[in-house]
Design a protein around this ligand. Structure first.
Ligand code: ADP
Length: 185
């Protein structure tokens, strides 16, 4: 079964939730650039100060900063036998940079497909439950636009490596679909 997995899908598709389940089952590290950047903001590092307002506006952090962060993370020993990337790459330039960093960087790309009405509902719910500063309504719309223009082209970039998974339904239903798809990938 593929050990180098990329999880792709619009914000609110449930990538973070599924990522944790997949990583616990396959015993690979969960590398989430969103989590890493939020940690940097929370601890007030130089990087955190640089990216805080960009993230709050729903825009993408520069490729250069994110690629450097991922480069460092992928050099850690736990990433040697595999990993799940969540939220990276998010642009074609990042995908190209990843190919330069690692030979055969991605085995399977899991694309979580969710209807756009459902995505907006889920994010609005998360906004009230978790208070993420980028889950405000206008920022949600901006993040969806950025996904369509910057990240959706990765589906073509990765071509045959893409495994389309229906992201509608319960967490367990979606997880079962992913594991079934990965077993046959
Ligand atoms: P979601 O899955 O809800 O879109 P993430 O937690 O993956 O959110 O990311 C939150 C924010 O962090 C993004 O809106 C963006 O500002 C920044 N970010 C995360 N990953 C990247 C990346 N690979 N490139 C640029 N910006 C990123």
């Amino acid at each position: 079964m593929a050990r180098r997995i990329l999880l792709l899908g619009p914000p609110g598709a449930g990538k973070g939730t599924q990522a944790i389940l997949i990583c616990n089952t396959l015993h690979v590290p969960h590398i989430s650039t969103g989590d890493m950047l939020r940690d940097a903001v929370a601890s007030g590092t130089d990087l955190g100060q640089q990216v805080e307002s960009v993230m709050a506006a729903g825009e993408l952090v520069s490729d250069q900063l994110v690629v450097a962060m991922v480069d460092e993370r992928l050099s850690a020993s736990d990433a040697r036998c595999g990993y799940l990337l969540d939220g990276f790459p998010r642009t074609v330039a990042q995908a190209e940079a990843l190919n330069d960093l690692v030979v055969n960087a991605i085995g399977t790309v899991v694309l979580l497909e969710v209807e756009s009405d459902e995505v907006v509902d889920r994010m609005a719910r998360r906004a009230s439950e978790e208070g993420r500063s980028d889950d405000k309504e206008e920022t949600i719309r901006r993040r969806l636009d950025v996904y369509e223009s910057e990240t959706a082209p990765l589906v073509d970039f990765y071509g045959d490596a893409v495994l389309r998974v229906d992201g509608m339904g319960t967490v367990d239903e979606v997880f079962s679909r992913i594991m079934l798809g990965l077993a046959h990938a």
